[in-house]
Structures are given as structure tokens and as C-alpha cells.
Write a protein that binds this ligand. Structure first.
Ligand code: ZN
Length: 171
């Protein structure tokens, strides 16, 4: 799964100023699931590594089913936005559909939001102004609040990042 994610994301970079390789993100999400979330379901761990392949690369759902099985492919599908929709609609749908995620997908979503918010807090994309960052935190929080209660450690980790953001903001 690491090889597959590395291959699929190989030309992609994160949006921060150091232009980190995109692969750092799925690796960090899988690490968070395993070390902080104590997740031991292999389908969830593998889906954590693959979670952005459907949304951000040319990978297809049948390809994931063939390589990693239906359970893993379904978790990836559950946490993927439909890139055919406009950005605002995708964001609205993430909030509206959060409550319907399976336990496995909700855990991946928590680890994903944790890594994205942590990156945004410490290394925001160059073209993001303060109000864009604040709106991103607010929207992420709306998604997180609606997720089914699945993993206290993963929830705590992402809430800590959100709290840090508001603490720095009021300093
Ligand atoms: Zn992600």
C-alpha cells in the first residue's frame, strides 16, 4: 500500500512553502491511526495509506478492489470527495455526510483532519490569508463534530490542534 500510494502521488506536492512530497500526508495519517488511534484493523490501516488516491490521483475504485479488496476500497471511497462537484458543494457534502460514515472511515477522517489542520497551523499554504485559515478550521470542526463517536484518542488529538489554533489566534 505504501508503494502504491508512493507511485500514485509521486508527482504531487503539499501546499506548504517547503513543497513537501505529498506522500508524507498519507504516511502521517496511517501513523496517527496506528500509534495514537491504536487501530489494528488492517483494512483501516491500509485505507489510511490510500485515502487520497481516489480523490487526488487517477486511481479507480475497481483498481483498489482488485489490489486491496472491497473492504479497504470502500473505506477509501467513503472518505473521498467527488471531484466532479464544485468546491463549495464538496465542502457542504462533507459536513452533511459525516454522520453516516462507518467506524473505519470516521477514524480515517479524524486522522486526516488532524494532519491537515496541524499542517495548516504550522505551515499554512503560502496563498492563504488569516481569514482563509480560520474558515478552514471552522469547516473542519463542523465535519469532526458530526462524525460518529469512534475513537477517543484520535478525537482528542484533533481537538488539541483546534484548541492550539484558537489559543494562538487570541494571543
Ligand atoms: Zn488526506
Amino acid at each position: 500500500a505504501i508503494d502504491f500510494a508512493a507511485l500514485k502521488h509521486q508527482m504531487q506536492l503539499r501546499k506548504d512553502k517547503t513543497q513537501t512530497s505529498y506522500l508524507v500526508h498519507p504516511l502521517s495519517v496511517a501513523h496517527q491511526l496506528i500509534v495514537i488511534g491504536k487501530v489494528r484493523n488492517p483494512n483501516v490501516m491500509i485505507a489510511g495509506l490510500l485515502h487520497d488516491t481516489l480523490e487526488d490521483t487517477e486511481t479507480t475504485y475497481p483498481e483498489l478492489v482488485e489490489r486491496f479488496g472491497r473492504a479497504t476500497a470502500d473505506f477509501v471511497y467513503e472518505v473521498s470527495d467527488d471531484k466532479n462537484l464544485p468546491k463549495g458543494e464538496r465542502k457542504r457534502l462533507q459536513v452533511a455526510s459525516a454522520r453516516y460514515l462507518s467506524a473505519g472511515a470516521a477514524q480515517i477522517k479524524l486522522a486526516d483532519k488532524w494532519d491537515n489542520l496541524k499542517d495548516t497551523l504550522h505551515h499554512p499554504p503560502l496563498d492563504w490569508e488569516n481569514h482563509t485559515i480560520a474558515a478552514y478550521f471552522k469547516w473542519s470542526q463542523q465535519v469532526i463534530e458530526r462524525l460518529p463517536w469512534v475513537n477517543a484518542n484520535l478525537l482528542q488529538a484533533v481537538q488539541d490542534v483546534i484548541q492550539n489554533f484558537y489559543r494562538i489566534k487570541t494571543l
